[in-house]
Design a protein around this ligand. Structure first.
Ligand code: SAM
Length: 286
C-alpha cells in the first residue's frame, strides 16, 4: 500500500449517493491503515453500501485489495453489474432516459427483485433509483421532483450523466481486486480466517440503532448489534478495525471493550444538518 500522501476527505468518488456516506473519514482511516506494525494488505467493508471511504482510498492508491459486502441483494447486484459488465453499464447510463415512466419500471425491479430478468438489470435499476430518489434512498422515498415532476428539482437533478460515466469507468479494470459478497455482516467478519483476518483492515459502518430503518435495508436489531460487538471482541485475529455508529446508549454499553470517540458529520437529506457520530476503534489501536 502506498502511504506517501495522506488523502483528503473529498466529496466522494463512489457512483452511489449514500445518506451519511463515509468518504469524509478517509484521512482517519488512512492514519489507521498506515500504522507501522499492522502489515495490512486488504481493506474490507462488511456493510459496504456505496463504499464511499473504500472507493476514495482505492482512487488514491492507498488500498489495493477491497472486500465489499452488503446484505442487500440489490446493492450486491449493482456492484457486480459495474464490475462485471462495465462498458454495458456505461452504455445504459448514456442511453437511459430519465423519465417517470423509466423510474416506475426501475422501481418495480427494486421493489421485487425476482421480477428482474438479470442481475445486471437489477443492479442498474438500483443505481438508477439511488440517483433519482430523494436522498439516494433506494426504496420508499419517492422520485426527486415528485410523481408530477412539479417540484423545483426534476428527476435528473442528481443524475450527472458524464460524472457518473467517469465514476463507473474507474472500475473497468478493478474486478480482480474487488471481491463482492452478499452476506450478513457478522457472518462476513467471521468468514475471515487468520492470517487473512490479521492483514485486513475492516471499516464497519452498520445500519444505525435509530436512523437506519428508513434509509436503507436494515436487518439489524438489538440482538444483532450485540452480536457484532461480541464478534469484534472475541475474534482476536481481527485486530485492525474502525467503526461508525449513531450516538446511542446501547452502543456505549456494548462497546465498553473498545475506544469510543466521536466526529462531526454532515447529512444532506431533505434538510441539511450536522450531527456527531461515534467513531469506535479497538482499545490497543490508536
Ligand atoms: C450505513 S450503510 C453503509 C454506508 C456506506 N458506508 C457508504 O459510505 O456508502 C449500511 C449498509 O448496510 C447494509 N446492511 C443492512 N443490514 C446488513 C447486514 N445484516 N449485513 C450486512 N449489510 C447490511 C445496508 O444495505 C446498507 O447498505
Amino acid at each position: 500500500m502506498d502511504f506517501d500522501v495522506r488523502p483528503q476527505g473529498g466529496s466522494g468518488k463512489s457512483p452511489f449517493r449514500y445518506p451519511g456516506g463515509k468518504a469524509v473519514l478517509t484521512p482517519k482511516i488512512y492514519d489507521a491503515l498506515s500504522c507501522s506494525d499492522c502489515e495490512i494488505s486488504g481493506y474490507a467493508e462488511p456493510y459496504a453500501g456505496g463504499a464511499g471511504a473504500a472507493i476514495e482510498l482505492l482512487a488514491q492508491n492507498v488500498v489495493d485489495r477491497l472486500y465489499l459486502n452488503d446484505a442487500d441483494p440489490r446493492i450486491f447486484a449493482a456492484w457486480n453489474a459495474i464490475l462485471d459488465h462495465n462498458s454495458q453499464f456505461i452504455d445504459r447510463i448514456r442511453d437511459t432516459e430519465i423519465t417517470i415512466d423509466n423510474w416506475r419500471r426501475m422501481h418495480q425491479l427494486v421493489a421485487d427483485p425476482r421480477t428482474a430478468d438479470s442481475e445486471f438489470d437489477l443492479g442498474f435499476a438500483t443505481f438508477f433509483m439511488n440517483r433519482t430518489n430523494r436522498s439516494g434512498i433506494i426504496l420508499g422515498a419517492g422520485p426527486v421532483g415528485g410523481y408530477e415532476q412539479s417540484g423545483k428539482w426534476k428527476l435528473d437533478a442528481r443524475f450527472y450523466r458524464e460524472t457518473m460515466i467517469k465514476r463507473v469507468e474507474f472500475f473497468a479494470d478493478k474486478r480482480e481486486i474487488i471481491i463482492t459478497s452478499n452476506m450478513d455482516g457478522v457472518k462476513f467478519l467471521r468468514s475471515f480466517k487468520a492470517p487473512l483476518a490479521r492483514s485486513t483492515f475492516f471499516f464497519i459502518d452498520p445500519p444505525y440503532v435509530t436512523a437506519g430503518s428508513r434509509l436503507y435495508l436494515n436487518t439489524m436489531n438489538e440482538k444483532k448489534h450485540r452480536e457484532l460487538s461480541s464478534a469484534l471482541k472475541r475474534k482476536k485475529s481481527i485486530k485492525n478495525w474502525m467503526m461508525t455508529y449513531d450516538d446511542h446508549p446501547l452502543i456505549h454499553e456494548i462497546y465498553s471493550h473498545a475506544e469510543v470517540g466521536s466526529f462531526p458529520i454532515r447529512y444532506s437529506l431533505q434538510k441539511k444538518y450536522n450531527e456527531r457520530e461515534l467513531l469506535i476503534t479497538p482499545r490497543s489501536s490508536l
